[in-house]
Ligand binder design. Structure first.
Ligand SMILES: *[C@@H]1O[C@H](CO)[C@@H](O)[C@H](O)[C@H]1NC(C)=O
Ligand SMILES: *[C@@H]1O[C@H](CO)[C@@H](O)[C@H](O)[C@H]1NC(C)=O
Ligand SMILES: *[C@@H]1O[C@H](CO)[C@@H](O)[C@H](O)[C@H]1NC(C)=O
Ligand SMILES: *[C@@H]1O[C@H](CO)[C@@H](O)[C@H](O)[C@H]1NC(C)=O
Ligand SMILES: *[C@@H]1O[C@H](CO)[C@@H](O)[C@H](O)[C@H]1NC(C)=O
Length: 352
């Protein structure tokens, strides 16, 4: 116990040290950034913001400021999205993720009602082949096309994985041969039995070292990812940016808590970094404990059960696994969100 506390204190001290050094580097950076060469933008140029940040566009800004999925821009500030049941105004306010502003101007759930849950219209029901029949979400013709068409603990099994049609819901399993990770029960994924094998089995996450044969994003150990069938190291993000247009196409400009600056990040750097992996693990654990259906992959959609039982975990997950801008406007740099992020990162370093 004491040893753990000591490690926490040590890591804490190091992080604070890093922040102090970065502060100095930032000043130097600001000086060099005045010589920006004008360029033609063909990409959509933007940076995501969190609630509370300034989203007012001004003339010398050549990119968009987009409020994240939990907020919307109102009078120059990203405001928190509205809870289900609140009064809303179409095109003016925004409802929580997985809900929308109905014609009666009330935030109502969108595609988040699970099988057998109460619904009014088809679009209330989660999944791609579910309908609202006599006020309940049901599977149409007993055919599934995505895993979320099935109840918790089940996946959509296809006779031919390449033609994802006419699937049937089948129970997930913890061991044995598999085709895709969606059929493995928590906390396993579907990966290659060994380097020389073509056989895939349900196995632990984050176990294979660099150079090993892999199929699932979580098959390789932490800080690694599955590139073209082989475990490779996730490169550290380095390129400083102001918006996505300073980055390669498909990459995002995102604040990096450890570097304390905005850098270009690709898919792996966003979804497979320690923090995101850690909060994703928390979320899937919560979903599993509460029998909420979820996709066994980095990107998880929310649903009624997750909103109800794992709201905190889901919010933390979308916060950490979504690229966003540094909080500029707070007077003290170590505001509450930053503090929470630091604590989380320390916990993740210790646990992973
Ligand atoms: C909201 O915006 C959409 C698309 O821009 C438009 O079709 C719709 O009529 C608008 N609704 C209201 C209530 O203004
Ligand atoms: C399921 O629906 C979503 C959005 O409604 C769509 O993006 C996705 O491609 C669909 N998937 C399949 C397998 O039909
Ligand atoms: C799926 O089922 C429908 C009707 O049951 C059938 O017409 C279609 O050929 C089937 N598709 C595949 C790929 O099996
Ligand atoms: C697979 O091969 C790589 C490269 O030769 C090696 O480093 C790794 O340990 C092997 N992995 C397993 C699980 O045997
Ligand atoms: C992926 O691997 C295949 C075969 O090993 C190779 O032909 C291809 O160029 C590789 N692609 C990338 C993007 O590295």
């Amino acid at each position: 116990m004491l040893k753990k506390l000591f490690i926490i204190a040590l890591v804490w001290w190091c992080v604070l040290g890093v922040l102090a050094v970065e502060e100095k580097e930032k000043e130097e950076e600001l000086e060099s950034s005045t010589s920006v060469v004008p360029r033609i933008f063909i990409q959509e140029c933007f940076v995501n913001l969190h609630a509370g940040q300034n989203c007012a566009l001004h003339p010398d800004l050549n990119y968009d400021l987009i409020c994240d999925m939990w907020s919307y821009c109102s009078e120059g500030r990203c405001e928190d999205t509205l809870e289900i049941g609140s009064t809303c105004q179409q095109n003016v306010t925004k409802c929580n993720p997985n809900s929308y502003c109905s014609s009666d101007s009330i935030c109502v759930p969108h595609k988040s009602v699970l099988l057998n849950g109460n619904c009014q219209v088809d679009r209330d029901c989660i999944g791609n082949n579910t309908i609202c029949s006599s006020g309940k979400c049901v599977l149409k013709d007993n055919i599934c096309v995505v895993d979320l068409d099935c109840q918790a603990g089940y996946y959509c099994k296809f006779t031919n994985i390449d033609i994802k049609k006419n699937g049937t819901c089948a129970p997930k399993h913890l061991d044995g041969a598999c085709v895709s990770s969606s059929e493995c029960s928590y906390p396993k994924i579907c990966g290659y039995e060994n380097n020389d094998s073509e056989n895939k089995i349900c196995m632990e996450k984050l176990v294979k070292n660099r150079g090993s044969k892999c199929a699932d994003p979580y098959e390789c150990e932490i800080d690694h990812f599955c590139r073209n069938g082989t475990c490779a190291t996730v490169q550290k993000a380095k390129t400083t940016c102001k918006s996505s247009c300073d980055c390669d196409e498909k990459d995002y400009c995102s604040y990096d808590m450890v570097l304390n600056k905005q850098v270009c990040k690709n898919w792996e750097q966003i979804w497979l970094n320690r923090m995101c992996t850690f909060v994703q693990k928390d979320l899937t654990e919560c979903a599993h404990k509460n029998s909420c259906p979820y996709e066994n992959q980095p990107e998880i959609k929310s649903n009624d059960c997750i909103l109800d039982k794992c709201d905190t975990e889901y919010k933390r997950y979308t916060d950490q696994c979504t690229p966003y801008q540094k909080l500029f406007n707070s007077a003290n740099n170590l505001g509450l969100p930053t503090f929470l992020v630091l604590v989380l990162s320390i916990v993740s370093i210790i646990l992973l």
